[in-house]
Design a protein around this ligand. Structure first.
Ligand code: COA
Ligand code: AMP
Length: 628
């Protein structure tokens, strides 16, 4: 690989086949692909269609076979239990091979789906890799989602096996998982053949007929080798929020993903074999898939997995302790985590020995990096603080400051420049390119590079309709922004109904569906309003059915409770505001985009089609009021 960003970027755009064929050499193939890119079904593209490999082999076995079995692969640091557990690559291979054997014994074959609903325990990593080992398709569901959301994903993915635990630990609280799983299975149409339950010491879950005790079954399981799969076989489905309540099943393939993970770990993040790397996210999110599990392991690095929060487990010094204890070279987290630490420990008194430690960089993503957080982190840690912009769909950064090529000047407010492979543009509503410093919709020219989504699970049509139909030959990101004259991109926020709460991506459409189901609600709109720590919080504007007397406080409490119960605590509605009317067009459409613009502080023009401008005037201060 060259080290010059400009020439690498140009090469990736001018001759993507040659560029990615070169990058593919970072992976061990059973059969190296002869065909690098299949365009015959455009706008659906497939990378490395005749390549054969195994992702788990690349993440685990090849390091053992090349003599690095004793190198640390995974450090699990559980601040909530006070335990640290370490696994070498050889130990990881043993764990994963036996768990894969157990999945085979439970009837899982190549192409079958396995839903993983686990807290941040090492078994979550073993489970993902075990699926990859036998060519099964995992779908990890974030532990903070409630039973109904889990059920929706079970019905879409139709898993053969569900893997879960007796509980998760949130701060001081034990969250029982098994009752949530049982509730999900009680409403799901699809029933997996069996459920594997990891019994944690904090709680033992009662097991039913189709349930198996994880530890007992895995102890007797037969280790199995990695099976060859074609590069285009799906590796995983990861559901993410769309503009409607129905989640989108992002499909990642094996070959393109493995190449993108290997290339990005070195070139974007500057991490290589034996480096200690920590992505403080959750395996249920894309950052967890890509940068807790696959990329660092494929690169032969040591990945740190943390069970806890940046604050409160036990204090705002937890992150600094982990960095110092394990010699972390680079940390990747969301700005909201840094804001939470800054609030508790503004003078960084808990920093301990971090300044003198190995830490060389802090990477932040998942939401806009606000200048205050950027400045505080830079000043406090005295290392480069590097923003990077991407999304579940792309699987790895679209725009970044590439630490493995030639790092360039950082500009606060911008995640820097397009990553090789991503040909980005900023366009107007008609799809025309806009000049520098002009805000518009951010799009990426097709084909997307390896590692980006290949489609939505069993729904090519929805993929094309939701992402590929707005601007010809381009993928629409759903984010708005502009580029400056140096080519630095500024991401200003979503142009759709997706909000970002504490780094968690949530659809206001799904919250609205729950709010609207309350018996007194005539109509509603849920908008993300600014919050100093979490970035955004959902606020519901509710119009009550006419002629009904209500106790506003009780209605608000009921609405909040039902959102927590049906979607999960991460989507908690902060305020329920009862209003006499919502701003609408003359044809009766609620002006959500206008409301969002006002809430985001943008200079949003009032649409000419508005029915009654006074309704918007009345609601504007409520949209901008900070969260109490
Ligand atoms: N299982 C069960 N419940 C969960 C959960 C899980 N895995 N994750 C979160 N929750 C619950 C929390 O306990 C909390 O419940 P409560 O309202 O009863 O207190 C609620 O969901 C909201 O959680 P969260 O949004 O995480 O808020 P918090 O106050 O507990 O923590 C932050 C705030 C900023 C410290 C935390 O959200 C954070 O570290 N965010 C970074 C996210 C991230 O890494 N994103 C990935 C992109 S890099
Ligand atoms: P997710 O799919 O959960 O990773 O969320 C993706 C969305 O988060 C993007 O579409 C953006 O709206 C937002 N996002 C992620 N990273 C950044 C960033 N560095 N700057 C601004 N917004 C970001």
């Amino acid at each position: 690989m060259g080290t010059d960003y400009a020439s690498e970027y140009a090469a990736s755009i001018e001759d993507p086949r040659e560029f990615w064929a070169r990058a593919a050499q970072l992976i061990d193939w059973v059969e190296f692909p002869e065909n690098i890119l299949d365009e015959t079904a455009a706008p659906l593209y497939r990378w490395f269609p005749d390549g054969v490999l195994n992702t788990c082999y690349n993440a685990v076995d090849r390091h053992v076979e090349s003599g690095h079995g004793q190198r640390l692969a995974l450090i699990h640091d559980s601040a909530v239990t006070g335990l640290v557990t370490r696994f070498t690559y050889a130990q990881l291979q043993d764990e994963v091979a036996r768990l894969a054997g157990l999945l085979v014994a439970l009837g899982v074959s190549r192409g079958d789906r396995v839903v993983i609903y686990l807290p941040m325990v090492p078994e979550a990593v073993f489970a993902m890799l075990a699926c990859a080992r036998i060519g099964a398709v995992h779908s990890v569901v974030f532990g903070g989602f409630a039973a109904e959301e889990l059920a929706a994903r079970i019905d879409d993915a139709k898993p053969t096996v569900l893997m879960t635990a007796s509980c998760g630990i949130e701060g001081q609280r034990i969250i029982e998982y098994k009752p949530l799983v049982d509730a999900a299975l009680a409403v799901a149409m699809h029933q997996p053949k069996s459920t594997l339950v990891l019994q944690r010491p904090q709680i033992t879950a009662p097991l039913g007929d189709a349930d198996h005790d994880w530890a007992v079954r895995v102890r007797d399981a037969q280790a199995v080798p990695a099976v060859p799969v074609t590069a285009t076989d799906p590796l995983y489905i990861l559901y993410t929020s769309g503009t409607t309540g129905r989640p989108k099943g992002i499909v990642r393939d094996n070959g393109g993903h493995a190449v993108a993970m290997a290339w990005s770990m070195g070139n974007v993040f500057g991490i290589g074999a034996a480096d200690v790397w920590w992505a403080a996210s959750d395996v249920g999110w894309v950052v967890g898939h890509s940068y807790i599990v696959y990329a660092p392991l494929i690169a032969g690095a040591t990945t740190v997995m943390f069970e806890g929060k940046p604050v409160g487990t036990p204090d705002a010094g937890a992150f600094w302790r982990v960095i110092a204890d394990h010699g972390v070279k680079a940390l990747f987290t969301a700005p909201t985590a840094i804001r939470a630490i800054k609030k508790e420990d503004p003078d960084a008194e808990l920093l301990n020995g971090v300044r003198a430690s190995e830490l060389q960089a802090l990477f932040l993503a998942g939401e806009r990096l606000d200048p205050d957080t950027y400045q505080w982190a830079t000043h406090t840690l005295d290392v480069p603080v590097i923003d990077n912009w991407w999304q579940t769909e792309t699987g790895w950064p679209i725009v970044a400051n590439l630490r493995g090529l030639d790092p360039m000047a950082l500009k606060p407010g911008s995640p820097s420049v397009a990553v090789p492979g991503f040909n980005i543009d900023v366009v107007d509503a008609d799809g025309h390119s806009l000049p520098a410093d002009t805000e518009g919709s951010i799009v990426i020219r097709l084909p997307l590079p390896p590692g980006a989504l290949v489609t939505l699970w069993e729904d090519d049509e929805r993929y094309i309709d939701a992402y590929l139909s707005q601007t010809p030959h381009h993928y629409t990101t759903g984010d708005g922004g502009y580029r400056d004259s140096d080519g630095y991109l500024y991401v200003m926020g979503r142009t759709d109904d997706v909000i970002n709460v504490a780094g968690h991506r949530i659809s206001t459409g799904s919250i609205e569906a729950v709010v609207a189901s309350h018996p007194v609600v005539a109509e509603c709109a849920v908008i993300g309003v600014r919050d100093d720590i979490k970035g955004q919080l959902p606020r519901a504007f509710v119009v009550v059915k006419s002629g009904i007397e209500i106790d506003a406080e009780r209605v608000a409490a009921e609405i909040k409770e039902s959102v927590r119960k049906r979607i999960g605590a991460i989507a908690s509605v902060k305020d329920v505001v009862i209003v006499p009317a919502l701003p609408k067009t003359r044809s009766g459409k609620i002006l959500r985009k206008t409301m969002r613009g006002i809430a985001d502080g943008r200079d949003e023009p009032t649409p000419a089609t508005i029915e009654d401008p006074s309704v918007l005037v009345a609601i504007a201060p409520l949209l901008q009021a900070p969260i109490e």
